[in-house]
Structures are given as C-alpha cells and as structure tokens.
Design a protein around this ligand. Structure first.
Ligand code: PGA
Length: 265
C-alpha cells in the first residue's frame, strides 16, 4: 500500500492517506496521543468531537482501543460540536444518540463528562444554555483537541457560510443557527425527506473551535474535493467557514484521502 504523503498548502499541513480507513486511523491515533499526554500533565483530556458519516470509523477505532485496554476515557471530558434544535436525546436522529451509539456506550466515559448541546431546552433558555456550554469548556481549561468534518458548503460544526468579516466570524460564540440549504439537502440522507429535516441547530462557536489547542480536520471522499481546495487555496472568508482554520494553521492538521485531496493540485 502506498504510504501517506504530506503536503504544505500555503501554511497548512495536509496529510493524504491511501484510503479513508487510514485517514480515520490517523485521526484516532492523534486523539489517543492527546489523551496519553494531557491526562498525566493536567489530570484530564478535553476532547471536542464531531458527528456525521466521516468520523464513524474514528469512533470504531477509539472504541476498539478502549476494548483492548490501550486507551481509557476515565479522565476524559468531551464536548460535541452541535445538535439539532429542537430534538429529543433518544431520537435516533439526534447527535446525542449518534454519540451514544458510536462512542459513549462503548467506552469508559463518565456520562456527566460527555457534553452535547441540549436540543430540549426551552427556546427562551437556549441562549443561556449556549453561553453555559462555553463557560463549561473554559472551566475545563479549553479543548485539547477538536475533531472537525467539513460540510460541502465549508461549514465547521453548524457554523454556516456568512457575510460577516473574517474577524467577526472568528469571534462567534456557541449559539442557535438556521441551517444552510446545502446542509439541509445533505441531511435528507438521515431524515428521509426534505420536509423532515430539522432546520435549526445549536452549534459550538467558531471562537471555541479556533481556540482549541489542536485541530484535526478529517475529510474523505470525492464530494469534499471542491470545498477542501476552496478552503485551503481560496480566500480566507466567512463565506467558506473552514478557510478560517488558516488563521490558526500551525495547530491544524488536515487528514484527507486521495479523492478529497484531488483538487489540491
Ligand atoms: P459528513 O458531514 O461527515 O456527514 O460528510 C461533515 C460535516 O457536515 O461537517
């Protein structure tokens, strides 16, 4: 099997793997390494986690390591990027349920340390809940690592394309958002029909994502090739949210498979 190759696209580090499994394994390796380093140093590791199709293999890999005894979540705290609003945690389409199925139920993570934004808070309390989420992250000492995927429109979490200036966009806190048409179109895969897609969500802010001590962007498959190239080689703009990662390029690694890297040249 051909080895991975490392590219430097402007200031960004991009590692291209032979396939999606190898890219996912590399993401799991990096997360396991963060846990191994942060727990002895600070007594805990604080992980920012993502949902969607892309990270499923990362969670399979982390769960396998936990089962084999080479990784423990006993001193881990997690914060997820986003959640639909409104939604019940037991709804199979909720991201709380996704995380339970893919990771939380398979590892020794304390339930009260697994934070997912709450899709059941009353609307009047949502802004307060979002602000509280940011205070919890801060009280935990910030995120040691944030795992990200990229939407076809460049979103990170549910921070959708925007007309704000890059500086204003980079400062957005955790909050309620309306989903972008491309995001809603892609969510039909999970929800079954366009009418069934929940059009709003709570998302971790761009500010909290960019403040993580390290960031892993995982993107696989040919559908991500155009937006990966735009984010890495186009202008840094809130119109392509992932392009803002270039403002903190020295702590970001892009893990791609060949098809996702196809338009990097
Ligand atoms: P996907 O979603 O992994 O399901 O492609 C990525 C994202 O929207 O961030």
């Amino acid at each position: 099997m051909p080895a991975e190759r490392t590219l430097h696209v402007a200031d960004s580090t991009v590692i291209v793997f032979p396939d999606a499994d190898a890219a996912s394994r590399a993401a799991a390796d990096r997360i396991a390494r963060v846990v191994a380093e942060a727990v002895p140093a600070r007594g805990k590791a604080v992980l920012g986690l993502a949902t969607g199709a892309t990270p499923e293999k990362v969670y399979d890999d982390l769960a396998a390591r936990a089962k084999a005894g080479s990784l423990s979540f006993r001193h881990v705290v997690t914060y997820n990027l986003d959640e639909y609003y409104p939604i019940q945690p037991l709804d199979p389409l909720s991201y709380r349920y996704y995380m339970h199925r893919n990771l939380f139920s398979r590892v020794d993570l304390a339930p009260n340390r697994a934070h997912v934004l709450d899709g059941t808070v009353p609307e009047a309390a949502a802004a307060g809940h979002a602000a509280e989420f940011d205070r919890w992250i801060e009280a935990d000492g910030g995120l040691d690592v944030q795992l990200l995927g990229i939407g076809r429109n460049g979103h990170i979490g549910f921070n959708e394309p925007s007309e704000l200036s890059p500086a204003e966009f980079a400062d957005l806190p955790t909050r309620m958002v309306d989903l972008h048409p491309v995001t809603k179109a892609d969510a039909v895969r999970e929800f079954g029909s366009p009418d069934a897609v929940i059009p709003r969500a709570l998302t971790m802010g761009v500010r909290q994502i960019l403040a993580a001590r390290s960031i892993i962007m995982l993107a696989t498959g040919p559908k991500k090739a155009p937006i990966v190239a735009q984010a890495l080689k186009g202008p840094v703009t809130a119109a392509v949210p992932a392009s803002l990662l270039r403002t903190v390029a020295d702590k970001v690694v892009w893990l791609l498979d060949g098809p996702a890297a196809a338009e990097l040249g």
